[in-house]
Ligand binder design. Structure first.
Ligand SMILES: Nc1nc2c(ncn2[C@@H]2O[C@H](COP(=O)(O)OP(=O)(O)O)[C@@H](O)[C@H]2O)c(=O)[nH]1
Ligand SMILES: [Mg+2]
Length: 351
């Protein structure tokens, strides 16, 4: 599962990529190469479980980040080439995180709403191109064979075309499960989940016009100062904690941002605990217990009998697993159980 960090040049994409992955790349280069790396999804719940169990190992979930080359709308032909490059990379990721420059930083007065509109329009035009091509193919198919293999497609793509021509992202549309299945293979950009990261100068407030514009595009909005987050991520944990305490916040803004991106991928976490290892695992929302077991090991899925489940909040409220059990908060669940975010699970299996 990949999240693409995209936006205009000098918006702070590589700075943010360094924060999410610890890659330590040079910033301010306006480089055109994509970078990719895995990064931890910080989860205070895992840390607390780790404090409780003192395991030999603590393991967080990881997701992959792609630092997509920046888009700079310059002279027409150059702009077009840059657009192609950034669109190609955006096409291959599962969710988008657009970074918007709200600081000056010597790059000129920021224009967050304008940046959102520029990038948003590129994504819309790219989708429109795909939709129009597909409609032409469908018309040809109709002429030659007098029938259409995917009967849902013509109506759906006509609807998409109208919507995109109105300069609206497709994520605004309500689609049913059949429609989603029909278009799953087209990697339409404006259907991908998107979060918007408003990148501020230190100590500045979110820009209300930018927030409104991002909300309108159907995106989740977060504000942070990427360069402060970068400094913070380089401190050792004790110094970082002290720094945050001075600011009166519980955790770095980047942690919330990473979790928002993780959530946008439609993923959530369950935990396993014990003296050897406390660990967060990832499953799609809606996944059933045997799938969760399979995330740990294929044997656990194959030989799945039951899952012993305790909600994270219940465990914390009662202090430990045996107290939670005594209070009736540990359940035995079968194959049809839908795993919830924060479930602490032990799989019973037999192979
Ligand atoms: N003042 C300020 N500067 C930032 C911030 N985020 C990034 N920068 C600086 O802006 C420049 C461009 O950042 P970079 O991450 O390379 O942008 P990219 O082109 O989008 O990858 C660098 O010099 C960063 O140090 C921020 O939040 N505030
Ligand atoms: Mg960069």
């Amino acid at each position: 599962m990949q999240v693409g960090i995209l936006g205009l040049k000098y918006a702070g994409k590589t700075t943010l990529f360094n924060v999410t992955t610890g890659a330590g790349l040079p910033v301010g280069q306006g480089g055109v190469d994509p970078h990719r790396a895995m990064g931890l999804v910080p989860d205070p719940r895992v840390d607390l479980l780790s404090d409780l169990y003192k395991p030999k190992r603590t393991v967080h979930v990881q997701i992959e980040w792609v630092d997509v080359p920046g888009f700079e709308p310059g002279p027409e032909h150059d702009g077009a080439r840059e657009a192609t490059r950034f669109l190609e990379h955006a096409r291959r990721v599962d969710a988008l995180a657009q970074v918007v420059r709200c600081f000056d930083g010597g790059y000129g007065p920021p224009d967050p709403a304008g940046e959102l509109a520029t990038v948003g329009l590129e994504l819309i035009l790219a989708d429109l191109q795909i939709v129009e091509k597909r409609l032409e193919k469908l018309q040809k198919e109709m002429r030659l064979k007098n029938k259409i293999e995917q009967p849902l497609e013509p109506g759906l793509f006509e609807r998409f075309k109208t919507h995109l021509e109105g300069e609206h992202p497709l994520r605004e549309l309500e689609l049913n499960a059949d429609e989603r299945r029909t278009i799953a293979g087209y990697s339409l950009l404006t259907l991908k989940p998107m979060i918007v990261v408003l990148n501020h100068a230190e100590g500045e407030e979110p820009d209300s016009d930018a927030v409104a514009a991002a909300n309108e595009a159907g995106a989740e909005v977060l504000s942070l100062c990427a360069s402060v987050e970068a400094e913070l991520s380089e401190l050792d944990p004790a110094d970082a904690a002290e720094f945050l305490a001075d600011l009166g916040v519980a955790e770095p803004a980047a942690h919330r941002m990473i979790r928002a991106a993780y959530g946008a991928l439609d993923l959530h976490s369950f935990f396993t605990v014990g003296p050897d290892e406390c660990r967060a695992w990832t499953v799609r929302r809606g996944a059933l217990a045997p799938t969760a077991a399979g995330a740990i090991h294929s044997d656990l899925e194959r030989g799945f009998i039951r899952a012993e489940v305790c909600a994270y909040d219940d465990l914390v409220a009662h202090g430990d697993h045996s107290a939670a059990k005594a209070a009736g908060k540990v359940r035995l669940e079968g194959k049809g159980y839908e795993v919830k975010d924060g479930d602490i699970i032990e799989i019973r299996f037999n192979v």
